[in-house]
Design a protein around this ligand. Structure first.
Ligand SMILES: Cc1cc2nc3c(=O)[nH]c(=O)nc-3n(C[C@H](O)[C@H](O)[C@H](O)COP(=O)(O)OP(=O)(O)OC[C@H]3O[C@@H](n4cnc5c(N)ncnc54)[C@H](O)[C@@H]3O)c2cc1C
Length: 465
């Protein structure tokens, strides 16, 4: 079956993925003499940097998502289809999707990345990722459900296990999630659950490297680690999680920890599409040249997290961050127009605008070139940049109002279990009477998600590392 789109004599540019790269490229092509066909499995664009705020009840999902149809409502040469692109036949120049197949003249892979579990099956099965809105909502529900369950448990150890959270990976996502959980512990949960001793809640941040935020400067790492510790987060460095069978987390040096909730933010892999290359290697990104053309392909390009462009400055590829995706898509859009006009194309050159991470209210670390900031001013900068990058005036306003409200009221309005998180794997935790009772009816609510998930509990030694 052919995908239902009008036939055209114009060149057809198929873009797979409506993330930062996909939407930037599509917009850049708005005046191109071409039919631009955009596919995404979702009908919305997700602003991933704020997913952790959805997961920790700070924001509603619709304030960090934007409908793709609305985004392109005025772009006459663009057609959007909500579908998964499953395979590419590069010889015949056809993509096969969940709604049929379609010929392309130019194909752009902008499929982003997926969570890297480093091949550890038990972690893939038992932990929670934070890559998309359904996962953020799963985590939000699980956090709140844990406290509801803790109220029902008369077993002290069990109660504490339910109130313990382990986050693996102390990059910006891990650090920001740990900070947000610590803020929940400080300001929200004691009011919501006065019958529980919330001081017993524990938040562990586990990092394989020797410092948090390993991609930022040592100074930034030090500031962030100090801020985390001030917030009560237990930071574990040089600690590699090797295996996770609920409730046991096994780390290097035979250390064993127990955890009820494990949030995995320790790495990502490029998400390709079958048929574009013969074999994926390394971090599974598609190797591209300086024009984002996939190696060995004539008219297939890759941009953003899905692409690996090796340059003198970035021999192992650019960081997998939004500014790279946006800048590559802008350059590619410009180059495709140049190609149509038979003008010379320009190689991609990344302009690093810096990096930042926030650690709860009033605290952040920001690096822009040689300039380094931390504390309140850095936090204001962090907020400003995130608001500016959000898509849509409404989203910007809603997020800003939410943040102002949360700041002055010490409250978060979205502590709702709208869609309870239920495990697909019916095995109950060995020491969890609450779950054991529910196990028989456990089914994960996420349609189409293949990964089994179940809840976990964390028991680290009390001493600070
Ligand atoms: C929790 C989190 C926090 C982050 N924080 C920051 C930050 O603070 N700053 C920063 O710069 N970066 C951050 N990043 C990274 C940043 O979000 C990514 O680098 C960026 O989203 C990459 O853009 P992209 O367009 O390549 O991919 P994405 O934005 O991931 O978009 C890929 C799109 O492709 C679609 N798709 C995938 N496969 C298919 C298929 N087969 N068929 C159809 N559609 C498909 C997906 O649905 C998705 O919409 C964060 C990422 C995460 C997960």
């Amino acid at each position: 079956m052919k995908v239902n789109v009008p036939d055209t004599t114009l060149p057809r540019i198929v873009i797979v993925g409506g993330g930062f790269a996909g939407i930037t490229l599509a917009k850049k092509l708005r005046n191109a003499d071409a039919q631009v066909l955009l596919f995404d499995v979702d009908n919305y664009h997700t602003f991933q940097p704020l997913l952790y705020q959805v997961a920790t009840a700070g924001l509603e999902p619709d304030s960090i998502a934007f409908p793709l149809r609305k985004l392109f409502k005025d772009q006459k040469n663009l057609i959007f289809r909500m579908a998964e692109v499953q395979r590419v036949d590069s010889r015949e120049q056809v993509v096969y999707t969940s709604i049929g197949h379609i010929r392309y003249d130019i194909l752009v892979i902008a499929t982003g990345s997926e969570t890297n579990y480093f091949g550890i099956e038990s972690i893939a099965k038992n932990s929670l990722g934070l890559k998309n809105i359904p996962e953020a909502l799963d985590l939000r529900s699980l956090i709140l459900q844990n406290f509801e369950k803790a109220l029902l448990s008369s077993d002290v150890a069990q109660r504490e296990a339910l109130m313990t959270f382990a986050i693996v990976g102390a990059g910006p996502t891990g650090v920001e999630t740990a900070g947000a959980l610590a803020e929940l512990k400080k300001h929200i949960l004691p009011r919501d659950y006065p019958e529980l001793d919330i001081r017993r809640m524990r938040i562990h941040l586990i990092e394989a490297a020797g410092r948090v935020l390993p991609t930022m400067s040592e100074e930034a790492s030090r500031h962030a680690a100090e801020d985390l510790r001030k917030l009560g987060v237990e930071v574990w460095l040089n600690t590699r999680v090797r295996d996770y069978e609920r409730p046991h987390i096994r780390c290097n040096a035979n250390a064993e920890l127990r955890a009820e909730t494990l949030i995995w933010s320790a790495g990502v892999l490029g998400r390709g599409v079958e048929g574009v290359v013969r074999e994926y290697e390394g971090d599974r990104r598609l190797r591209v040249d300086r024009y984002n053309r996939v190696e060995g392909q004539e008219n297939i390009y890759a941009v953003g997290d899905a692409a690996l462009m090796s340059t003198e400055v970035y021999p192992a590829g650019h960081p997998m961050v939004a500014p790279v995706a946006i800048q590559q898509a802008e350059r590619l859009g410009d180059n495709l127009i140049r190609q149509f006009e038979q003008r010379e194309q320009k190689p991609f050159l990344y302009k690093d605008k810096g990096s930042m991470a926030t650690v709860g209210r009033n605290r952040a670390v920001v690096e822009v070139g040689k300039l380094r900031f931390s504390g309140f001013f850095a936090w204001l900068m962090w907020m400003f940049v995130h608001i500016m990058y959000l898509i849509g005036f409404r989203n910007r306003l809603v997020v800003l109002v939410n943040w102002i409200w949360n700041y002055f009221s010490y409250d978060r309005g979205t502590r709702l279990i709208v869609r309870p998180f239920e495990r697909r794997d019916p095995t109950p935790a060995e020491d969890d009477p609450v779950e054991a009772g529910e196990a028989a009816e456990s089914v994960n609510g996420r349609a189409g998600e293949s990964k089994a998930r179940k809840n976990v509990a964390c028991h680290f030694p009390q001493k600070s590392p």
